[in-house]
Design a protein around this ligand. Structure first.
Ligand code: EPS
Length: 387
């Protein structure tokens, strides 16, 4: 069974972020410029912190692609952290036997022991038996989602060959909700791409930005909600035959494991609780031998499989736990009461998170497509797809 899978490595302020993707069949056009566009989309977003001014994320394809086309070999991607220039002493991978006084000052300056409630700090410190929470922060940071977006961009380039396309948009920040959706998905996409909070309505975008400003002034942070939409999916990706083959479960895991996600919904999602069977289920009709439906409460998934309708996934992100308004916590040095650690962070990262979720969904869909149609080359996949 063909699989599209990947591993990443890299710390927030380390040298670079790396991914190795396995399972890209030969013959696909993989464009660096397209990956870089997606990386830039992740960086945009009102409410982001100072780091986004330092980084201009660009990818280097290091293997698995020749003359712009995949060869079937593993693809290695790398994004350099520009900020590493300022962290070389702190993030050095080698043990320094005689560190300079300057290096010691820098390392101590970046060490911390006051747990941030809501972050990975406390459980990470206990689990890995660490003494400096810097070691937890560096890998648990959402910085690693940059390389995941690069992997997702490769997946999107594969899906596009089969006409499968998708996007993401923000539907809530704090208590500001998108109430009026533009009529078509094309319009939602166009408008969301133009908004610096990825929201498809200008007035709502402005209200979202005001909410971010207010939170920022108060030293607070904001969460929200986004939607990922993919269309033109063939029927039958995923399966009802076993729990781990169900596509809804695989998509939920992919979105749920993005840092700070607290809920994932498919189609009507949590509103399904309020709907009677007669209101919830999408009736089928036929015209000219083509089956169609007028509603999509199922969000494109029935029985853990794509059903030919548009895939609709929502994600809820909690407010970022690194806050100027310090919460009560403990110091792990001596378990004394303390104020939580603060360092440069974002006030709101929901727009960026939407782009990350779009990438994760694309990865799962590519895996499921390969699983269904198989093939070691684009040509072979196309033959299987059209059969
Ligand atoms: C991020 C980079 C980080 C943070 C953010 C996401 O940069 P720095 O820590 O250097 O400011 O802006 O990470 C977090 C908020 C977090 O809690 O991990 C990025 O590239 O997305």
């Amino acid at each position: 069974m063909e699989r599209f899978r990947f591993l990443t490595s890299g710390e927030s302020h380390g040298k670079c972020l790396t991914a190795i993707i396995e399972g890209v069949p030969a013959g696909f056009r993989i464009k660096t410029a397209v990956i870089n566009e997606d990386l830039a989309r992740r960086q945009i977003g009102y409410g982001r912190g100072g780091r986004m001014q330092i980084e201009h994320d660009t990818v280097e394809i290091k293997s698995g692609v020749r003359f712009g086309k995949s060869t079937g070999a593993p693809i290695c991607l790398e994004i350099k952290n520009k900020d590493y220039a300022n962290w070389q002493d702190v993030m050095n991978t080698e043990k320094q036997d005689y560190p300079t006084e300057d290096a010691i000052r820098k390392i101590e300056g970046k060490s911390f022991t006051t747990v941030r409630p809501g972050h990975a700090d406390y459980a990470g410190f206990v689990k890995y038996n660490l003494s400096d929470l810097r070691d937890v922060l560096e890998r648990s940071s959402a910085r690693k989602t940059a390389i995941e977006v690069a992997v997702g961009s490769v997946a999107k380039q594969i899906l596009k060959e089969f006409g499968i396309v998708g996007f993401s948009h923000v539907i809530q920040i704090g208590n500001v909700k998108l109430d009026f959706y533009p009529k078509t998905y094309t319009l939602i996409k166009e408008k969301a791409e133009k908004s610096d909070v990825r929201c498809a309505d200008e007035l709502t975008s402005d209200r979202m930005k005001n909410a971010i400003d207010e939170a920022s002034e108060a030293g607070d942070t904001l969460g929200g909600k986004f939607e990922v939409i993919f269309g033109n999916l063939p029927i039958g990706l995923g399966s009802y035959s076993h729990w781990d083959k169900a596509l809804d479960g695989r998509l939920a895991q992919a979105v749920m494991s993005i840092p700070a996600i607290k809920a994932v919904e498919v189609g009507a999602g949590v509103d399904a609780a309020f709907l009677k069977g007669s209101q919830m289920h999408d009736e089928l009709f036929v015209k000219n031998k083509i089956v169609y439906r007028n509603t999509n409460n199922a969000g494109g998934l029935e029985g853990g499989m794509t059903n030919g309708e548009t895939l609709l996934i929502k994600g809820t992100m909690k407010a970022i736990p690194t806050m100027r308004k310090a919460l009560a916590t403990v110091d792990i040095k001596d378990l004394s009461p303390a104020s939580a650690h603060f360092e440069r962070s974002d006030t709101c990262a929901v727009p960026a998170c939407a782009v990350v979720a779009e990438a994760r969904v694309a990865i799962i869909l590519t895996d499921a497509l390969l699983e269904k149609i198989g093939g070691d080359s684009l040509e072979e996949m196309k033959r299987h797809f059209n059969d």
